[in-house]
Design a binder for this molecule. Structure first.
Ligand code: FAD
Length: 483
């Protein structure tokens, strides 16, 4: 126990002890360190975290507390208005400074600026850090001094900065405790877990927390990163890193990921493989998403490309529901939506396909899809989700052109040729031959009978004909462009 002035480390999307710049700053201050989490979801409106995200948060906070306890510290959890809670904890611990790693979601960033000003006015030191991105997202600029809207030049720009990326900060062995710990809310009181237990599939799929994140990263760097280039498009195989929720909650930093991959490659006495480079570039997309969110904060709800504001979207609660529940009659779309529901995650290739299906085949607004993902993804991330949806809908930065409509039948044949993914998530058609798995209604009646499938009864008929849906989407797009 130490008697010096304490530093409060206000933790948010950096629920880790390793490579945590705010925590390191607090340690270097020399006094007691008070790790604090304040639960104030309403301050994140209109994007307060969804149910899947809350499930993760509960377990991540528990894991962080355990980790801190092993270092002689603990996590103080409070709920209520953040500024009021911070002030109380400052008072109770006799802290003279509050430090945190910055978040870039518009509502959070705005609130944090107000909190910093208020604490400083109270006479408290405030220091903030960039702990969750590789590069300060406000920094990259085109030659004209504007924010980037195209990924390739953005990547070129930040690649130069990344040649000088610093190694991750050390993980402290112990943390100095204050003379008296302030009161802490018990985690169950935050009511983050569902009342009806729908999360059994989540528990099987994930280990939230820093330990789980590190294990996941180590296994990926050892076993799969060199297959990433060819494997990342195959949803039936686990060949991507599945680090997205860990990165979102900051249980691992992108810098730790970057260095682990590069060190793993060097340890194998080889240069960095093309596959590993492709993987590192995905972290670049994450940087790009945050860059866009900082410069175009309105894009969480409004299209970046303004001509899309007048797009003639349909409205159909029935079609939206069928999509959400994985009952569209297109097995690859349904498999993705069911994977999402059961595990809180969906493979990237399938995210693009289901999103395209919603915005193009069903002509429903991308915002409806973004909201559903927001509530059901454990990795729901405002920057990445906004970019993903606007990219697919054709209305965002560097977006896929609207006229490119993913064909859910040929995508199934190409990326799930043996049907491993579809059979897993749409078991009611598992007995069909591989060639019909993407379009079961095309199988002969004898084949359907043999596989015990009755289209429209045991598995839905397609809710929209592929060709007709595509034509309708293209017409709506032409109409928007006045052609
Ligand atoms: P890997 O392929 O192993 O990639 C490593 C990391 O790079 C990911 O964990 C992620 O942090 C980052 N990354 C990869 N692809 C992208 C991308 N296209 N954009 C931004 N970052 C990327 N990702 C989220 O983290 N949260 C979301 O809410 C989200 N919503 C999406 C919505 C749509 C419609 C689409 C098309 C994509 C969305 N993505 C989102 C991006 C991507 O699908 C996921 O990051 C990826 O599938 C996560 O799996 P992984 O960790 O195995 O990825």
């Amino acid at each position: 126990m130490v008697d010096e002035l304490a530093t409060i480390v206000w933790l948010r999307h950096d629920l880790r002890v390793g490579d945590n710049p705010a925590l390191q700053h607090a340690i270097h201050a020399g006094g007691p360190v008070v790790p604090l989490f304040v639960h104030a979801p309403r301050e994140q409106l209109p994007w307060q975290p969804g149910a899947a995200s809350n499930w993760w948060l509960h377990h991540s906070l528990a894991a962080l507390d355990e980790n801190l306890q092993a270092k002689g510290s603990r996590l103080i959890v409070r709920q209520g208005e953040t500024l009021a809670e911070l002030r109380q904890v400052v008072h109770q611990t006799k802290a003279n400074q509050v430090v945190w790693n910055r978040c870039h979601e518009p509502a959070i960033a705005e609130r944090d600026q107000k909190i910093a000003a208020a604490l400083q006015a109270d006479g408290c030191h405030v220091s903030t850090f960039e702990g969750n991105l590789l590069v300060d997202p406000g920094q990259p600029r085109t030659k004209q001094g504007k924010p980037f809207q195209v990924f390739t030049p953005f990547w070129k720009y930040i690649s130069k900065i990344l040649t000088e990326i610093q190694p991750p900060l050390p993980t402290p062995r112990t943390l100095a405790a204050p003379a008296r710990w302030p009161a802490s809310t018990k985690l169950p009181e935050l009511k983050l877990l569902p009342q009806i237990d729908w999360a059994a599939g989540f528990r099987k799929a994930w280990q939230p927390g820093e330990v789980g994140a590190k294990q996941q990263l180590a296994a990926f760097a050892r076993q799969h990163v060199d297959q990433y280039d060819s494997g990342r498009n195959l949803p039936g195989q686990d060949l991507t890193s599945r680090l997205s929720p860990h990165l979102h909650f900051g249980e691992i930093s992108p810098r730790q990921v970057w260095h682990t991959i590069i060190e793993g490659q060097h340890a194998g006495h080889r240069g960095i493989s093309e596959s590993a480079e492709i993987y590192l570039k995905e972290l670049g997309w994450r940087e790009f998403a945050h860059h866009l969110l900082v410069h175009f904060p309105q894009t969480t709800d409004a299209p970046l490309r303004e001509e899309f504001a007048g797009f003639a979207w349909r409205s159909s609660a029935k079609d939206l529901h069928a999509w959400q529940r994985g009952q569209t009659g297109y097995p690859l779309v349904d498999a993705g939506m069911r994977q999402l529901w059961h595990t809180g995650w969906m493979h990237n290739r399938v995210r693009m396909i289901v999103a395209s299906f919603l915005c193009k085949h069903l002509l429903l607004p991308w915002q409806d899809g973004a909201r559903w993902f927001w509530d059901t993804l454990v990795d729901a991330d405002l920057a990445n989700n906004t970019l993903g949806w606007q990219w697919t809908a054709g209305c965002g930065a560097d977006a896929a052109p609207y006229f490119r409509v993913f064909n859910p039948i040929s995508q199934a044949a190409k990326f799930d040729p043996q049907g491993a993914y579809i059979r897993r998530w749409v078991p009611e058609i598992a007995a069909l031959a591989d060639r019909w798995l993407g379009s079961p209604w095309e199988a002969s009646s004898a084949e359907l009978r043999a596989a015990k499938i009755e289209i429209g009864k045991t598995y839905p008929a397609p809710i929209v004909d592929h060709a007709a849906g595509r034509t309708r989407a293209l017409q709506a797009w032409k109409q928007m462009r006045g052609k």
